[in-house]
Design a protein around this ligand. Sequence first.
Ligand SMILES: O=C1O[C@H](COP(=O)(O)O)[C@@H](O)[C@H](O)[C@H]1O
Length: 232
Amino acid sequence: MTEKMHKFENGSALAAALAAEVADKLALAIADKGTASIAVSGGSTPKAFFKALSSAPIDWEKVTVTLVDERFVPEDSPRSNHKLVKENLLLGPAAQARFIPLYQNVENVGEAAEIVTNKVSATSLPFDVVVLGMGTDGHTASFFPGGDTLARALDINTPAGVMAMHAEGAGEARLTFTFSSLENAGLLILHIEGQEKMEVLNKALEGNDETEMPIRAVLSRASSPVNIYWAP
Ligand SMILES: O=C1O[C@H](COP(=O)(O)O)[C@@H](O)[C@H](O)[C@H]1O
């Protein structure tokens, strides 16, 4: 694995540059094979990037958008990553994209994981673009320290698809793409902002215990280079 650091003066400069890089990659994929796929993160960090990307002049009808992870909550919950993407990315030109939600209105999170795995694997994998975030506890996607299915989610031999995850630090039950679904993206991004997250990243780079900081799996074992986008 290699990582490349891209540092910006502020979040707006980062959002513009990241949106341009992602749009170029999606456009190239469309030119090559007629379609493109992108999996994005939720949380508080990606809003400005989503807004910048939503107006990119690409053929959005040919793009499939999904989430790297989701809370097991309906779309109208303020905690829903789907809601965040709908309100900030699937706007203007990008409203034409096909969106695959991870949350499904079924009894339990395991059932939802199976349904989404069947929907996504046939059409969208490997992803052309994956944009990961990172929590200050060292989680990425929903690979949480102490997660009940963490070892399986991070095992490269676990098939590509979506799994359920429960962890104390996660709040709700989670749905997450497995490591093997994300690590080989055509363009693999880690988007983090703030001094505290830079310190968490440095700590992650210095050690190798993935159960303590699951982001280490991406930093040390992803087969695609990890492009780290950071602003203060
Ligand atoms: O729980 C989550 O948190 C991470 C990081 O979120 P942020 O608010 O610190 O930006 C995010 O990457 C993940 O998708 C989300 O479900």
